[in-house]
Ligand binder design. Structure first.
Ligand code: KPL
Length: 322
């Protein structure tokens, strides 16, 4: 048996936590007072969807130190919260713990590695479709797979151990020596799916079947492949595009995390997704017009939230309002 601490009880963190608990692992959620963690502690974990129903009590702590002796600390907070969350661990010498970023976007593992030794940082790329409804139930809406690797290749043995534990929890996973191609492929998935679903306010599956959307998704993926190439990460365009389309089809019923953020009036992770592609493009002299435009449009969406007329129908349907 292994012990897991999960920071960030959102859809993915809670879903992975539930599957680990079901497989007999020890799981504790580290949360903030006043946040979703309190509800999780009060009402327990409820999961529904592809693998049936799960209902379990959740162990929640509100002090980082209380989860300090876990084998693995899964970091499932929004990318822009990583630095603040890790600051809470700065004074804790967690010699055993391996920190695993389960987050969207790039740059998160490097942020974690400013607090803990880089050899102890792992990255898991998950392509599940999951969201939390108004009642706090997590919906596993799309099957996905997972790949894990170390920020440093020397951490491969730890990645293999984590992969074994995930497999026992029914999560299809493989350990990779070099996780960077996987990370940039996931980046392409998020660049092509998340902003478009957030801007158009549609579930992932609705991206299929429109020529203009397909053209934008294709261009967004091509730019990620070019930027990756400039970073010495070799990706095959058609292969990555096929993966993007497959994820959109497999998670057709899912509302992307960015769409959920927009609907619930939260900041999105666009900076770590299209924003990073745009930044790396500028640094390497590569044009990224689609990712840069998607970045600006989603930023504009965040900035114009208070004047949006469409929020009135959203309120009628019972969604939480900013
Ligand atoms: O990662 C996702 C997200 O919503 O953030 C995908 C895989 C696109 C599933 O919705």
């Amino acid at each position: 048996m292994a012990s897991f601490s999960i920071i960030g009880p959102g859809a993915i963190g809670t879903l992975v936590g539930a599957y680990l608990l079901e497989s007999g692992q020890e799981v504790v959620f580290i949360g903030r007072r006043g946040g979703r963690a309190e509800r999780l502690e009060r009402e327990g974990i409820r999961v529904t969807g592809l693998r049936g129903e799960i209902s379990r009590n959740a162990r929640v702590v509100y002090d980082s130190k209380a989860g300090a002796d876990a084998d693995f600390v899964l970091v499932a907070v929004k990318s822009y919260d990583t630095a603040a969350v890790m600051a809470g661990f700065a004074s804790v010498a967690w010699e055993n713990a391996r920190f695993v970023s389960l987050q969207n976007g790039i740059g998160n593992a490097e942020t974690i590695a400013r607090t803990v030794r880089p050899e102890r940082v792992l990255i898991a790329s998950l392509t599940f479709g999951a969201y939390i409804d108004e009642d706090g139930t997590v919906h596993h809406a799309g099957e996905g797979d997972a790949l894990v690797g170390g920020l440093k290749e020397s951490s491969f043995a730890d990645a293999e151990r984590l992969a074994g534990l995930f497999q026992r929890a029914g999560i299809a996973v493989r350990a990779e020596k070099d996780i960077r191609p996987v990370l940039y492929t996931k980046l392409a998935v998020n660049c092509a799916i998340n902003p478009l679903t957030a801007l158009l306010q549609v579930p992932n599956g609705m991206l299929q079947g429109s020529d203009s959307i397909s053209a934008m998704m294709k261009d967004a993926v091509r730019e990620v492949v070019r930027v990756a190439d400039a970073c010495n990460i070799s990706l095959e365009f058609q292969h990555v595009l096929d993966i993007v389309r497959e994820v959109a089809a497999r998670t057709a019923a899912n509302r992307s995390s960015m769409l959920k953020d927009v609907l619930e009036g939260r900041r999105t992770e666009i900076d770590a997704i299209c924003g990073e592609v745009s930044r790396l493009g500028r640094e390497n002299g590569i044009d990224t017009p689609v990712n840069t435009s998607l970045y600006r449009l989603v930023k504009a969406l965040e900035e114009t939230r208070s004047g949006r007329l469409a929020r009135f129908p959203a309120k009628e349907s019972g969604r939480s309002e900013p």
